[in-house]
Design a protein around this ligand. Structure first.
Ligand SMILES: Cc1ncc(COP(=O)(O)O)c(C=O)c1O
Length: 339
């Protein structure tokens, strides 16, 4: 369980507590609680090998984000991109904590060295990870501040800017740094289909960077890691403006509701957020691990954040889900220790 990230905990709870997957509600999986319709793919999609060049979906992404195709790499989830970048540039890596633990795992996997800091000032590293909005704090760094941070880095430090949760920020266009790859040749901006579209199993993401960085990444990338079915859906989803509005409406509404309800519970302290999850501190005698276990036995999963560097055994992370699911969590929390 140590190395599992939030989204994977469902498999752990399913096996450990013998609860059918479909009866588990995971507040640790910070993806949208709804997803777009899934029309059955035409048979030829299933019967053929994928287009190795990913022609159509590259066009869709390039147009949607107004970024040249030469500055684009497609990967099997941003996890693949995190590992690729760590392999090529991660010899000496700086990581501002608390943040997503997979960065450290990827760097370690390729024999790189990670150092952890409480700020973003440059530390003579080959690679720096910046998660914006940050997981698990839910905090967004505003564009002006981020540009100020980027300016301080020497050009030989690659900066991996993970925008996995940017889709949940209202006015995201004014915060995303996708356009800034023109100005910062050491910048890699990573985005994913997993979160807003609520379908992480499709494994699809993309990165924007200078031509030089993209070419280095492509040299090390395995071919055909993105399957035909994924491309078929991604092409449709990324052109569907209506769906985005629907999710954002739901998240905004439920976020307010869940924040209010969690705040009513006197033994929890909820941090404000810019996205679709909350970092919460437990104020009574329970540890995050205690609460995780009690809820998991009831088929509810929260993220115990005690293994995240920079946090402690009192921190949990809770995603915003549907009204019914959020109400269920609140009901169970009140049953455990009252208001
Ligand atoms: C900050 C962050 N980046 C990247 C990922 C990986 O996302 P995916 O590989 O599904 O694109 C996650 C997943 O939880 C995440 O929290």
């Amino acid at each position: 369980m140590e190395n599992l990230h939030g989204g994977e905990l469902i498999w752990y709870v399913h096996k450990k507590y013998k609860i059918p997957i479909e009866n588990i509600v995971s507040f640790a999986n910070i993806v949208s609680p709804i997803h777009p319709e899934l029309p059955e793919p035409p048979e030829f999609i299933l019967k053929s090998y994928c287009d190795r060049e990913c022609t159509k979906i590259r066009e869709v992404i390039s147009q949607r984000y107004n970024v040249d195709e030469k500055n684009l790499i497609l990967t099997n989830g941003s996890t693949e991109l995190i590992y690729l970048v760590s392999k090529i540039f991660g010899k000496k890596t700086q990581i501002k904590i608390p943040t997503y633990s997979e960065y450290e795992c990827a760097v370690e996997n390729y024999g790189g060295e990670s150092s952890f800091y409480n700020d973003y000032s440059p530390k003579n590293a080959t690679l720096s990870f910046i998660c914006n909005p940050n997981n698990p704090t839910g905090k967004l760094i505003r564009k002006e501040e981020l540009i100020d941070i980027l300016r301080r880095y020497p050009s030989n430090t690659k900066i991996f800017l993970d925008e996995a949760y940017m889709d949940f920020v209202s006015q995201k266009k004014s915060y995303s740094m996708a356009q800034e790859i023109k100005n910062y040749k050491n910048l890699i901006v990573s985005q994913t289909l997993s979160k807003l579209y609520g379908l992480p199993s499709l494994r699809f993401s993309w990165g924007f960077a200078s031509k030089g960085i993209i070419n280095s990444l492509i040299k090390h990338k395995f071919p055909m890691t993105i399957c035909n079915i994924t491309m078929y859906y991604a092409e449709q989803f990324l052109q569907d403006k209506f769906y985005e509005k629907r999710v954002m409406h739901l998240i905004e509404k439920e976020k307010k509701h869940l924040f209010r309800e969690l705040n009513e519970i006197s033994w929890l302290e909820v941090e404000d957020t810019d996205v679709n999850y909350f970092l919460v501190k437990i104020l009574n005698e329970f540890t995050a691990s205690d609460l995780f276990k009690i809820l998991a036995k009831r088929g509810i999963i929260i993220r115990d954040c005690s293994n995240i560097k920079g946090l402690d055994k009192k921190h949990i992370r809770i995603a915003v889900k549907t009204k019914e699911e959020n109400d269920l969590l609140i009901e169970e929390l009140i049953k455990i220790r009252g208001l």
